[in-house]
Write a protein that binds this ligand. Structure first.
Ligand code: PLP
Length: 379
């Protein structure tokens, strides 16, 4: 099998699992317990927190372990907006992940917030002047992602954060697809909150981290024993926190993925030259995540191409894996101005740091054969 669906999830790094194992077995203590077993769990948790904090340029007290990207995005949107007395207005874009879009919908529905969706260009980019125009005297929060999960568009988040701060609004970014593919430093980005997910970077599913700049208030989503600096109650998942820190440590030398970028570009060029109907979605060059190559195929079914590809041993996604199982047009492509029929044909290839030229060569050939087969069936 050629797995080109790393934006959906990654395999767990053996080193991450090995590091976590003791905390699932002998060292099973509750980090809040006062006895020795608990103290050792607490030490491991704080060590993991320090390593994750260092990874994103934060202080340990600014990092909360979560259950993943969805929880981090909910905290980043709902938690920040409810705690900011400035007003009930949010600025975001319809290309965001559902975890952000649905958190905003919740705030509209239950708490009477208003939202301004900034316009998005065909390649997923957002003009900073559109963000500036959307800001109001009562804007509590601006939330815009670092790298898009479907079409790979990278946003100038530092610039967006500066604009938000210019009017006194807070800024959150979803960095789930950026981690490991570009430097993610909260100081350089100037964000108030940032969320990311373990299972996109070699840690298990069900763990993530949430950065909250010191001094910024957040309304917790989970209420209880006050763990994780009162941001996130619940007994801490020490083993998965250790796994996340280990996976982050393994990524550090790879933050300038020039070789993956070159592989991606060669793959895109070859697909566009040899696969009938293929058209690239998202931007080209440096404004695109090195890991993502995404296409549409006018006039045929994206799902049918996916099934054919799987028969050829190539595993990929149509748009967002989180919305998989539904044959809806990609909400990201709709937001970029694609017609629903075309937005329904999206296929995303997402690479790892270990993807090889040979795998991509075989994937191109499989894609060509798949598109031809689906076209000839008239689907
Ligand atoms: N944000 C983005 C950009 C994602 O790609 C994903 C998952 O696909 C999420 C958030 C949700 O993360 P998790 O699966 O850890 O809840």
């Amino acid at each position: 099998m050629i797995y080109l669906d790393h934006a959906a999830t990654t395999p767990v790094l053996p080193a991450a699992l090995e590091a976590a194992w003791p905390y699932l077995t002998g060292e099973f203590g509750n980090a809040s317990s006062t006895h020795e077993l608990g103290a050792r769990a607490s030490t491991a948790l704080e060590d993991a927190r320090a390593r994750v904090a260092a990874f994103i340029g934060a202080r340990p007290t600014e990092v909360t372990f979560t259950s993943g990207g969805t929880e981090g995005d909910n905290l980043g949107v709902i938690g920040l907006a409810l705690a900011n007395p400035r007003g009930k207005h949010i600025v975001s874009a319809k290309t965001e992940h559902e975890a952000v879009i649905e958190s905003i919908a919740f705030l509209e529905r239950v708490h009477g917030f208003e939202v301004t969706w900034v316009p998005v260009a065909r390649d997923g980019s957002i003009d900073p002047s559109a963000v500036a125009t959307a800001l109001r005297h009562d804007t509590a929060l601006v939330t815009l992602m670092l790298a898009n999960n479907e079409i790979g568009t990278i946003h100038p988040v530092a610039h967006f954060a500066e604009l938000a701060h210019g009017v006194g609004a807070l800024f959150h970014t979803d960095a789930v697809q950026a981690i490991g593919w570009m430097p993610v430093n909260v100081g350089d980005l100037g964000v108030d909150a940032l969320s990311f997910s373990g299972h996109k970077m070699g840690a298990p599913k069900g763990v993530g981290a949430y950065y909250l700049r010191s001094g910024v208030a957040v309304e917790p989503l989970l209420h209880g024993g006050g763990q994780e600096f009162d941001v996130r109650s619940g007994t801490e998942n020490v083993a998965w926190a250790v796994a996340l820190a280990t996976a982050a440590g393994a990524l550090e030398p790879q933050v300038e993925p020039e070789s993956t970028r070159a592989l991606r570009d060669a793959f895109i060029t070859k697909v566009l030259a040899t696969v009938p109907r293929a058209a690239l979605t998202g931007p080209t060059g440096d404004m695109r995540s090195p890991a993502i190559a995404s296409f549409v195929f006018a006039g045929i079914s994206g799902e049918a191409v996916l099934l054919q590809l799987e028969e050829h041993g190539v595993v990929v996604s149509s748009g967002s894996a989180c919305a998989a199982g539904r044959d809806d047009p990609s909400h990201v492509l709709l937001a970029c101005g694609y017609a629903p029929e075309l937005a329904q044909t999206s296929v995303r290839f997402s690479l790892s740091h270990h993807t090889t030229a040979e795998e991509l060569e075989r994937a191109t050939e499989a894609l060509r054969a798949s598109v031809e087969a689906v076209s000839s069936l008239g689907r």
